[in-house]
Design a binder for this molecule. Structure first.
Ligand code: SF4
Length: 86
C-alpha cells in the first residue's frame, strides 16, 4: 500500500483524535468514580489506608492466623471521608 504524506498525516490525525476520545472517556469515568469511591479502596475492595476508618473490617485467614488488608465495607454511595479517623 502506497500512501502519500498528506494521507498519512490525515490518518495520523484521525487516529490521534480517536485515541484522545478514548482517553477522555477513561478520564471522565475516573473522575466520576473518584467522587464516591474512596481512593484507598483497591480492586479487591480491600482498604490500603494506613489510618483508621470505621469502614474497615479486619479479617484473618484461617491459615496461620495471617492478617490481610482489611475489607472496606463502605458502600461507595456516601461520602467516605466522614468515616476517616484523624
Ligand atoms: S472508606 Fe475507609 S475502609 Fe474504605 S477504603 Fe476508604 S479508608 Fe479504607
Amino acid at each position: 500500500m502506497n500512501i502519500s504524506n498528506p494521507q498519512r498525516k490525515k490518518a495520523l490525525e484521525e487516529s490521534l483524535a480517536k485515541l484522545w476520545d478514548i482517553y477522555q472517556g477513561i478520564a471522565d469515568t475516573a473522575t466520576e468514580v473518584s467522587k464516591s469511591r474512596c481512593p484507598y479502596k483497591n480492586a479487591l475492595d480491600q482498604c490500603t489506608a494506613r489510618f483508621g476508618c470505621r469502614n474497615q473490617k479486619v479479617v484473618t485467614t484461617s491459615k496461620c492466623n495471617e492478617k490481610t488488608l482489611p475489607i472496606c465495607t463502605g458502600s461507595d454511595k456516601l461520602d467516605y471521608r466522614d468515616a476517616w479517623e484523624s
